[in-house]
Every structure is written in C-alpha cells, then in structure tokens.
Ligand binder design. Structure first.
Ligand SMILES: *[C@@H]1O[C@H](CO)[C@@H](O)[C@H](O)[C@H]1NC(C)=O
Length: 415
C-alpha cells in the first residue's frame, strides 16, 4: 500500500509536471512579463541565455560523452534547470559557484527568472511531437521546505517536489524510483535526505517523412572504416538545410520536426577523419552559433540517410557534476539548508533520456526534378549528401531559441 502511494505520488507528479510546462510563448516576442518594472526588457537576453546554456551543455557534454564511450543521449537543459533550482536555495558560497557554472546573474533575479521562463517552456508536447520532461526533487517525508525557495522553484516551473519515506522505507522507495527511471540504476543512493530525478522522452514526427519504402539494413563503420554492425537506414532524397563548421571541419544537416517546424534535429559528421572524439573537446558555444548561422537550404535535392533507432541513456548526473567541480551539495548538508529543514542534502542525481528516430513524418517528400550535378548552392566541401553511416553527433533544438533540449552521439549500433 505504501509502495503504491509512493508510486502514485511520483507518477502523478510526473504527469502534472509534464503538463505544467505549457506557458506558450508567442514566437519572436519572448518577454518576461510578470514584473516588467524590474527588468530591462529591451536587453537582448535571448542570446545571453543561449550562450549560458550552450556553455553548460558543452561543459557537461564532455564528461557525459567520455563516461558513455561516446554513445549516449541526455538533456543538458534539464540538468541546467534542476541545478538552477538547487542554486536558488544554496548557501551563499555554493550559490555563487553554481550561478557561475550556469552563467546566471547572481544579483539580477529578474534576469534569472527570464532565463528560467525560456528554458522551461521549450519542451511542449503536441499531437505530432511527444516530448516529456519531468524534473523531481524526491525528499524524505516530514521534511519542512523553505517556503521562499519552494515559491521560487514552483513559480518558475524549475522542478516539482515530491515526498517519499526515504529514511524509513528505503527499499520501497528505491524500487519505485527504479520503476519510474528504468530497470537498472546501479548508482542510486538513498543515504541523504533526497534524490534528484530527471526523465526526458522524445518521439516526434518529422515535418517531411523519410521514404518508408527504402529502409534497409546497411553497414555502420568505425572511424577506421571497419564495419561495426548494421543499422536500419532511413533514406530520403530532398532539398535540405545543410551547413559547414570550419573550425571542426564538420558538415551539419538540419531536419525539421512537427507541423509548425517547432523543433529541429541537427546532425553532424566530421568530413575526412570521422573520429568525433577529438572534435568534442574543440567545440565551444561560438561553434554552436557558427553551426546554426551556417545552415542554408540546398537548391537541389540531396541524399539523406540516418539510422532508425531508439537510443536511451541513464546518466549519473552526480558523477558528471563532480567531474566539473560541483561536489558540495552532495557532501555537505549545510549547503542545502536553505532549501529545507533538515537540509535537502541529495545523495543521487539521475537522468534517464530516451529518444526515438523513426521514418514517419507529416508530409511526403515533394517530388523534385532530378537535375544531376546542378549546383547545390551549398559550400562545395559539404558535398551532395548527408549519410550518417559512421559516428555522428546529433541534438534536438527548438526552432525559436535554438535551446539544446537533447544532445546525443551515436557511435556503435546495437546488434
Ligand atoms: C516507427 O514507425 C513505425 C511505422 O512506420 C511504427 O510501426 C513503429 O512502432 C515506430 N517505432 C517507434 C519506436 O516509434
């Protein structure tokens, strides 16, 4: 019975939080309106917000990539939001360090809340795009939350607080957490007073479908050209947005998702030497801006091939954060004493991300006349195709702000 109650609490909270992220922001006019008197709304803070979140994305990307052997999917923006929630209630020194890591202005709550409003309104489920992000602080029953902190995280939709009998029924609590997150979770620890749980699921329809008649098994190669295994290759011949990132000698393909092209999936392969590992270390937030600015629609159809897949990762976010120097909140209870009494003192921070790449889309690819060797209108170096038959990086962005909602790398086909 108790087990059921916990399950219901967490599951219900998951459902509610999925629906809470619905402050629909009209495109081209994102403004923080709840207290405009405090905010300098003329400032172009969307670019600042993007720099801040790209920096955190790239900062966390490296340890996530290395620890998963470069085959993973995760949501940097979701971790960013949960850490922001912790930062809002952290002791002054920890708060200063966290705000610095997240590039949040320590003395400008209004601008922070404006950033939160953008971040929390990116993943909006619709009929064509099923995307769910749930961010939960699961805290021991009987803990008293600091109402000021709770008010900030609830008003800004940063996370949901749910209680569970962590201290007096850790077995039941652990079992229920496992059901919600996944079957495994080898790293779950309930030694503290709370755990941070983050899930994100994506399955969306492309704006333009892949040609479903031509999915076939095809080899997938290592950087050295050996066959690593085979994949179900989705193919389409269509005009597409492509770009070239000079600094890492990579080509980029952008495919739109959903009826209003609300989301964009960006794929990247390195031209020539396709080993992505050294490249990951070279990327900066400037590279991301460069990448997005370089995209152009091809003048003629090009060949696109992407493996069909379901990719899922469980990331031990605590370990990733420790890699990048965030340790106090997990080791020193006093750092989270302004979140609750007794202190929230989280012992685990876990994220499970699942992303489906399927051939289905809203519209059939338009029939285009075959004009062989006609100029593509793209930089010559990108060639006339985008064939992801070797290690590639990809990510899900929203079209309005180009927030990186999910980031992934695919290097080894599951056999
Ligand atoms: C992929 O799409 C096919 C229809 O083309 C559908 O039958 C299948 O269930 C989808 N797979 C996933 C994982 O969504």
């Amino acid at each position: 019975m108790q087990t059921l109650t916990i399950l219901c609490l967490v599951a219900c909270s998951a459902l509610i939080s999925g629906q809470q992220h619905l402050p629909v922001v009209p495109s081209s006019s994102i403004q923080y309106t709840s207290d405009p008197g405090l905010c300098n709304v003329n400032r172009d803070y969307i670019r600042e917000y993007r720099s801040a979140t790209y920096d955190f994305c790239l900062f966390s990307y490296r340890p996530v990539a290395v620890r998963s052997n470069f085959n993973f999917v995760y949501s940097p923006i979701s971790i960013w939001m949960m850490l922001a929630a912790i930062a809002e209630g952290a002791d002054p020194l920890t708060q200063q360090n966290l705000f610095q890591l997240l590039h949040l202005p320590p003395h400008d709550p209004c601008l922070r809340y404006a950033f939160y409003q953008i971040a929390t309104s990116r993943a909006l489920p619709s009929k064509e795009v099923n995307i769910r992000n749930n961010r939960i602080l699961l805290i021991n029953e009987g803990t008293t939350l600091n109402p000021t902190w709770h008010d900030i995280v609830v008003k800004n939709s940063l996370l949901d607080v749910v209680t569970a009998p962590i201290k007096y029924n850790s077995v039941a609590t652990a079992n229920e957490i496992k059901k919600i997150m996944s079957a495994r979770l080898p790293t779950l620890s309930l030694s503290g007073n709370s755990v941070l749980l983050d899930t994100i699921d994506y399955n969306g329809l492309w704006t333009t479908a892949f040609a479903d008649a031509v999915i076939e098994r095809a080899p997938f190669y290592s950087p050295q050209g050996e066959v690593l295994g085979s994949v179900d290759m989705m193919r389409v011949r269509r005009r597409a947005r492509m770009g070239y990132i000079k600094s890492i000698h990579a080509k980029i393909l952008e495919l739109a998702v959903g009826a209003d092209e609300r989301y964009r999936m960006l794929f990247s392969v390195i031209i020539g030497n396709p080993d992505i590992k050294p490249v990951v270390a070279a990327v900066t937030s400037a590279t991301v801006f460069e990448m997005i600015d370089s995209l152009r629609e091809s003048a003629v159809p090009i060949d696109v091939a992407i493996p069909r897949m379901v990719i899922s990762s469980e990331v031990d976010v605590r370990v990733i954060l420790e890699d990048i120097g965030v340790t106090d909140i997990f080791t020193d209870p006093s750092t989270t004493r302004y979140i609750s009494d007794p202190p929230a003192f989280p012992s685990s921070f876990l994220q499970r991300a699942t992303l489906v790449l399927n051939n289905t889309g809203l519209y059939a690819p338009p029939q285009e006349p075959e004009i062989y060797n006609a100029p593509t209108g793209l930089e010559l170096v990108v060639g006339r195709d985008f064939i992801a038959d070797r290690p590639f990086l990809f990510g899900l962005f929203d079209a309005e702000t180009y927030t990186c909602i999910m980031a992934a790398a695919y290097t080894s086909p599951s056999l």
